[in-house]
Design a protein around this ligand. Structure first.
Ligand code: NAP
Length: 286
């Protein structure tokens, strides 16, 4: 960790409310220790009404930057001097990098983290291998869908319990002139699996403490990959049934770990790796 009076000490953290549950300090402090860097990554509990002051204070406090999480991802974007185009399209940031002159640059690495998590499991994965079915239309869905379109997905089938939210997302994405996003009724989710190359759960169903996702994957073809944004538990009931049916599965931990890598590189100057020791350190917090 080093001496915090050292001018080279790198201060970072995560702003959220509440934020105590965040695994990000475990991830970044693991890399700081692994690479014997001088710095720390702190929990920064910031109430919504104090977000502006907290963000404007980053440079004066000597922060290299920070992550922002729920409920600040949308509002924090409005306080940036420059927003990266992907974050702009997502309408939310998850990373702030303070520049030498104090300017604040906003990024969103959630989509990068998701794509990388697929490639970690299947290096040959291609976004245009076939239609992709996404369940859910919240924040995670928005980041994942946009990154799939940016990667060249030709057809996304979007299914959400509240259809209007899926329609809003699809309409927003149509303005980008990328692939097609087709909204499908929640009641037709099982039929929508026919012919897809990838099924993704971005709802909170199947998460620890929540009901299981009400779904039947019988119509999924054998080659389809199945992924879940959830990482507690590591294997959701959806992923378990998919694994038992012979599908390649991807859990949400890879997304969480991979989104942290570019932020760490921006603040500390090196791209960290996801090692078995890091995975274990996170799993020890579950
Ligand atoms: P969110 O914005 O609150 O969206 C929640 C989604 O779940 C909505 O689409 C919602 O549908 C749906 N949902 C909730 N209850 C449901 C039910 N009973 N039946 C069917 N659908 C239901 O949340 P989020 O931020 O997108 O997060 C979603 C999940 O992704 C969480 O489990 C979160 O932990 C995970 N996540 C993981 C990562 C990662 O790094 N791995 C990152 C972000 C999020 P309605 O619109 O109908 O309410």
């Amino acid at each position: 960790m080093g001496d915090s009076n050292d001018p080279n000490f790198v201060l970072t953290g995560v702003m959220g409310w509440p934020v105590a549950h965040s695994r990000s300090p475990t991830i970044h402090n693991h890399w700081i220790a692994q690479h014997r860097l001088k710095g720390t990554y702190a929990l920064l509990p910031v109430q919504p009404e104090h977000l502006h002051d907290a963000i404007k204070g980053l440079a004066a406090l000597g922060f290299a930057g920070c992550n922002v999480t729920i409920p600040h991802k949308v509002n924090a974007m409005k306080m940036m001097d420059i927003v990266h185009p992907t974050a702009k399209s997502m309408g939310a940031i998850n990373t702030i990098v303070v520049q030498k002159d104090g300017a604040l640059h906003g990024f969103n690495n959630d989509g990068y983290g998701y794509i990388q998590s697929l490639k970690d499991v299947n290096p040959h994965w291609k976004a245009d291998a076939g239609p992709i079915l996404i369940l859910g239309a919240g924040g995670a869905s928005r980041a994942i869908a946009l990154s799939l379109l940016e990667q060249g997905a030709k057809e996304i089938r979007l299914v959400n319990r509240t259809k209007e939210k899926a329609q809003e997302l699809a309409q927003e994405f149509s303005a980008f002139g990328l692939g097609q996003v087709n909204v499908i009724d929640w009641q037709d989710r099982n039929d929508a699996m026919q012919g897809v190359s990838l099924l993704i759960n971005t709802t909170n169903q199947g998460m620890h403490g929540q009901a299981d996702l009400d779904i039947d994957i019988a119509l999924l073809s054998d080659e389809a990959m199945v992924s879940d944004a959830i990482y507690i538990p590591l294997e959701t009931p959806l992923l378990k049934s998919a694994r038992l049916k012979g599908h390649l599965t991807v859990n949400g931990l890879g997304m969480l770990l991979n989104q942290a890598r570019p932020a760490f590189k921006a603040w500390f100057g090196l791209m960290p790796e996801i090692t078995p020791a890091l995975r274990q350190a996170i799993q020890d917090t579950f």
